[in-house]
Design a protein around this ligand. Sequence first.
Ligand SMILES: [Fe+2]
Ligand SMILES: [Fe+2]
Length: 352
Amino acid sequence: MLRIRKESLKPGMRLAKPIFTEEDQLLIHKGEVLKGPFIDRMKNYEVKEVYIDWHHKYPLEIMEGIIQDTRNQVKEQFKKSFHRLAEKENTEFKKIENLVEEILSEILDNKKLLIDLTEVRSTDNYTFEHSVNVCILAMILGKAIGYSKKNLRKIGLGALLHDIGKVGVDEEILKKSQRLTDGEYGEIKRHTTKGYELVKSLDLLCEDSRRIIRDHHEWVNGKGYPKGLRGKEIHPFARIVAICDQFDALSTDRVYRKAWSFSDVVEYLIAYQGEIFDSNFVQAFLQSFEIYLEGRLIELSSGKSAVVRKFNRSFHTRPMIQIIQKEAKGIIEREFLDLTKIHNEKIIKVYH
Ligand SMILES: [Fe+2]
Ligand SMILES: [Fe+2]
């Protein structure tokens, strides 16, 4: 089920809940497929949000739905609050809390366990955008692991503010495209402790959430920073955010490198589970997010185009695919390939 505003309704959507007027009069039943004239008529009624069936197939721009809407609102508000918060204006914190609450209710509302990642994260790598992506990813992962609503709220708040310490790092260093000097790298590393001290001095967040800010760059093998904590010494919320943070950072273009493909990022998480990342949480992450949704168009390393036909739960980066060929008379569907059996071919791009 997906909650969308009535302005986003399109013909062909199927209702997941009936629609009532303000006077409680039934307008349309659950399960009905919307038609153009009805959508036009809806403009005359006081209906703000409508629930549509998530499993029904829609064009992707429609599927962005409320998560996109919420994310934009969150981003705008967060942008305003981020610096003011750092300037010790506590009133802004209430607004941030409300944003997390908003995202959380979206996530808890959504009964679908597998979530399409391209829908959740966006492609612009601005600190705010990154923070919002990490917040959403971390709460979804936390939900999959089984945390209570109270804990998901703590995870969301800490994740949204995980890089708040960067307001104290020189912007020149953050944006530098050449190799960083040891001194500059040390300066960047300090965003963890600076952020932790900042929220503590403002008396913001509970200690569980603060630990996300301090520990999200710790590695389970003890080689991370700032303290070199190992395994369970690292707060579980910080272990969750570490995965989401890396996932979002690597799959986004940065000034010093291009974005990695989803399959490379997933293979990286798998390769470093037990060293950088908590293995159990990596497994939960892979199971919560459906990266190669069936029907999605992809590009292979050989340059061929294909469509994902069957998602592979054991080998997430190697689904069953079908090669397609574009010709003047249309798209021709070719052979099926099981990517677990073909080692010289991998997915390099997913179109959304
Ligand atoms: Fe960070
Ligand atoms: Fe980050």
